[in-house]
Ligand binder design. Structure first.
Ligand SMILES: [Zn+2]
Length: 393
């Protein structure tokens, strides 16, 4: 914590240019309490870690759930100065008693309240959801900025995201979605844009690096980054990877998928050409797209050509797989919608590619056989053909 009160109710903020001897003097004279629980806190003036207040061990605080690292304290201070330098009045660690939450930073900007959470450590997903919903319920926009130390970059475009990072995904009209990180070691923002879900953790995305001096709060809220156009090639790389992917220790759901395919006389690596594509809203489903889309295609094959089926039929089929935990979905507190949107968008892709057609009575029917490639080489050629006929952006 960077804020505490003296016992005579004076607020002490450590970001306000103190000298060490002033604070040492203050520490001799005064006792400090936590602004939230009013329990005693110690002023720590070490040389290694940033100066901060910490609860005395026995005193557990209702809002302090995680220990703050120096990286976190430093970043919080930098973000505070970054906002104040833009003449955006910002409160540091204010306690919002109505929801019993204390964001790292709090500000009012262009008619809206923002709670900024600089998240450098891991917190359980339910805690993340509770905090996010708490702010939203008070009409405060929560802005999660993750510590740059958390970013797991596998290559220039492949990333591994934790459940809370997925949950912090914010939709964006042009860039699909966006996620921000801040590195307090080099005072830089990293933004992931157009994040495409490949599995429960892995993602394909474009990373934009900006020095804090070159970006404003407005830029962070309404970014206008330039986007790459190479998604098609990248996605084909992903599809190829899934075809060559030999998982040493497959998960239960992967095993289920493998045996499901084998029972139907095709190898899981030779999954249909029509499966494994990014569609609108696919981030709602954690399971790799080639898996959930193959399940849907197999299901559609149970209907003879020209036989009518409905969206509800397909939705209930997937819902059962989700209930059996073969497929899994995400909670996206910033999104309006549901995983059924992903199913709807996928059916639209199949319509666009002439695999199914819509009937006049809100139903669908299949007009083409599903394409099961006979070899990986054939699959790769036909995946490329398919990709050239759809829009991947
Ligand atoms: Zn406390």
């Amino acid at each position: 914590m960077l804020i505490a009160y003296t016992e005579d109710r004076k607020r002490i903020s450590l970001v306000q240019g103190w000298k060490i001897d002033q604070l040492e003097h203050l520490r001799k004279e005064k006792r400090f309490v936590c602004p939230v629980c009013k329990k005693p806190v110690r002023l720590k003036l070490g040389t290694i870690r940033r100066w901060h207040f910490a609860h005395i061990e026995e005193a557990r605080c209702s809002v302090e759930l995680e220990a703050e690292s120096d990286y976190h304290l430093h970043g919080k201070e930098q973000l505070y100065h970054w906002l104040m330098d833009q003449k955006i009045h910002t409160l540091l660690e204010p306690y919002l008693s109505s929801i019993n939450q204390r964001p790292d930073l709090f500000t009012f900007y262009e008619g809206r309240y923002y709670a900024i959470e600089y998240q450098c450590s891991s917190i359980p997903l339910p805690v993340f959801e509770k905090r996010t919903k708490g702010y939203l319920q008070e009409d405060i926009h929560p802005l999660w900025i993750f510590g740059g130390n958390r970013m797991t970059r596998k290559s220039s475009t492949f990333f591994s995201l934790s459940p809370i990072e997925w949950a912090a995904l914010q939709p964006h009209p042009k860039m699909k979605n966006i996620l921000h990180y801040f590195c307090s070691d080099n005072n830089q923002f990293f933004s992931l844009i157009n994040i495409k879900s490949l599995s429960s953790q892995s993602a394909l995305s474009q990373m934009i690096t900006t020095r804090a001096n070159d970006i404003t709060f407005q830029d962070l809220l309404k970014p206008q980054f330039l986007q790459e156009n190479s998604w098609k090639d990248l996605w084909l790389t992903v599809k190829k990877k899934w075809r060559y992917n030999v998982v040493l220790y497959p998960s239960w759901s992967q095993k289920y998928f493998n045996s499901y395919c084998l029972q139907r006389n095709f190898s899981p690596y030779l999954y249909p050409i029509e499966a494994g594509w990014p569609t609108k809203h696919h981030e709602w489903i954690e399971t790799p797209p080639y898996i959930w889309q193959t399940f849907i295609l197999i299901y559609l094959s149970t209907y003879p050509l020209e036989a009518r089926f409905t969206f509800q039929n397909v939705y209930h089929f997937l819902k059962e797989l989700i209930e059996k935990r073969v497929c899994s979905t995400r909670t996206l507190p910033y999104y309006d919608g549901h995983y059924s949107y992903a199913v709807m968008s996928y059916l639209q892709l199949l319509i666009n590619r002439g695999v199914i057609k819509r009937t006049s009575s809100k139903g669908y029917f299949r007009v083409k056989e599903i394409q099961y490639p006979k070899s990986i080489n054939e699959a790769i050629v036909r995946d490329e053909e398919f990709a050239s006929q759809i829009k991947i952006n």
